[in-house]
Design a protein around this ligand. Structure first.
Ligand SMILES: [Zn+2]
Length: 507
């Protein structure tokens, strides 16, 4: 008998429909699987046969041919276990189901027939949103994720046996109609540290406020223990809340990366703050690898990617960040095709000014030889440094100031100003594809950063004196535009430019 079962496979964050075609006939017992399966799919036969036996059925003793269609798409992962098991049972006549075309199956089987959660369920659910009659059958642990899409029929089952029983009963007991995203949205308290707990460092706080307002990349340079990392960790607390679209998009990426699904599933409702270790490889940072998983740059989408101890990262790994920083996405090419992952993030980094860490310190002496410093700085290339809008010097903390704790601004107050600046940008870019000042092209920068002749003269003279490249000059103008937005000013003035030039510490 022939059976066709519907399922989906992932290609990046997109879900692609896949048909599992099973033909079961009499003859010498055997099993053939065709249609570009990867090793996890090829191994599924062993899992499926054991799971079927554990559920009290049998599919051995027949000649079974399975085709995964379309044949030119590489099928990865273990989510095809459940559709394969159901297809084999139906093809061998173990039980019958009305309108099997209505059902879309996803799930990994264990040998005892229990279902384990799989990646990318949210993407599949979104592909099915137009089909009001379809039923998405997923492992119980994935049910919350599947029900983020409103109006979808979802059946969550914990084992193959439960799935069979439900199908026999026409899913009368477990089927739910999902309420959608808003029913899951509960206001939880932000988990990021607050700026009000940081004493002093007003200059750094101001610079991070500008970074947050225009989504500018930043680099903090300062002595060890000066509070660079702590300041950066407070940054998400002043970024505006995520929109619904952003939440869905980020959750999809995290769901495809296997980093969220579990019984206590929660979607990404706070701006991600990813801080990968400096020993990270190219694949873990940019994405790809055997399973073509998203990297840290994509997991930081709509949030912050923070690289602490920047010079300790492999130089090639850092260079690979240039493409996502410019494009807002990462394209990974393989022989089997190419995949694009969204990667629109704010990049932050921190480093010491020299290997010993004290060349900017007024109290401690730097013990580095000149060539050690040169080698240290040479780990960060000019083009990368050029792409960092705000290069911020973090002075060592004056211990005597630690006593005063009054009058410190909270993150909520700063966030209000950031939101105002972002409103100006929303208005400015409502007819274009970009969202923030940091993404403007040079032409847009010239148009939007309107200056009077005195301010322009000042900008050009300062850029010449500092030997800025053309790109460096435009970066300064973009930062000055954001500073003017924070003042709610239409024109960029000399004081905005003067402040913006301060943040070109290195180049
Ligand atoms: Zn030193």
């Amino acid at each position: 008998m022939f059976q066709r079962i519907r399922s989906y496979c992932l290609s990046g964050i997109h879900a692609i429909p896949v048909s599992v075609e099973v033909d079961s006939s009499l003859g010498l017992p055997g099993f053939t699987l065709v249609g570009l399966p990867d090793s996890a799919v090829r191994e599924s036969r062993e899992r499926v046969v054991s799971a079927v036996r554990a559920s009290g059925y049998s599919v051995t003793g027949t000649r079974t041919t399975v085709n995964l269609s379309p044949a030119d798409l590489r099928k990865e992962g273990s989510s095809l276990d459940l559709p394969l098991a159901i297809g084999m049972l139906l093809a061998s006549g173990e039980f019958e189901v009305n309108q099997i075309d209505r059902f879309v199956f996803l799930g990994e089987l264990s040998l005892d027939g229990l279902l384990k959660p799989v990646r990318g369920v949210l993407s599949v659910a979104m592909s099915l949103v137009e089909e009001k009659d379809s039923v998405l059958v997923v492992p119980k642990d994935n049910i919350q994720e599947a029900s983020l899409v409103e109006g979808l029929n979802v059946l969550g089952v914990s084992s193959l046996l439960e799935c069979i029983e439900e199908l026999k009963k026409d899913c009368s007991s477990l089927l739910i109609r999902s309420q959608g995203f808003s029913s899951h949205l509960k206001k939880n308290h932000p988990s990021y540290p607050d700026f009000k707990n940081i004493i002093g460092m007003e200059g750094v706080k101001r610079a991070l406020e500008i970074a947050a307002s225009g989504n500018h990349n930043f680099l903090l340079v300062g002595s060890p223990g000066s509070g660079k990392t702590l300041c950066a960790k407070c940054l998400p607390s002043i970024l505006p809340e995520m929109t619904e679209d952003e939440i869905i998009e980020s959750t999809r990426i995290h769901s495809c990366a296997k980093s969220i699904h579990s019984q206590n599933f929660s979607f990404i409702a706070e701006r991600p703050f990813r801080s990968p270790h400096h020993s990270s490889t190219m694949v873990s940072l940019v994405g790809g690898g055997h399973q073509l998983l998203p990297g840290e740059v994509s997991l930081a989408h709509n949030g912050v990617l923070f690289l602490d101890e920047l010079p300790e990262f492999n130089r090639q790994v850092l260079e690979a960040l240039r493409e996502p920083m410019e494009e807002g996405s990462v394209c990974i090419h393989r022989a089997s095709g190419s995949i694009e992952w969204p990667a629109r993030f704010m990049m932050g980094a921190a480093m010491n000014p020299c290997p010993c860490g004290y060349s900017m310190d007024l109290k401690k002496e730097c013990t580095c030889l000149p060539d050690m410093k040169v080698r240290y700085w040479s780990k960060i290339s000019g083009p990368l440094l050029d792409r960092i809008d705000l290069q911020i010097s973090v002075p060592a903390m004056d211990i005597t100031r630690l006593k005063s704790t009054s009058g410190l601004e909270s993150s909520a107050t700063i966030k209000k100003r950031v939101k105002v600046a972002r409103t100006f940008q929303e208005d400015r870019f409502k007819n274009s594809k970009i969202l923030y000042n940091s993404e403007m092209t040079s032409l847009q920068t010239r148009e939007e950063a309107k200056m009077d002749s005195e301010a322009e003269h000042f900008a050009i003279t300062a850029a010449e004196k500092m030997c800025l490249s053309a790109r460096g000059y435009y970066r300064v103008l973009k930062v000055a535009r954001t500073i003017a937005d924070l003042r709610s000013s239409k024109n960029v003035e000399k004081l905005d430019l003067a402040e913006a030039f301060q943040y070109r510490l290195l180049k």
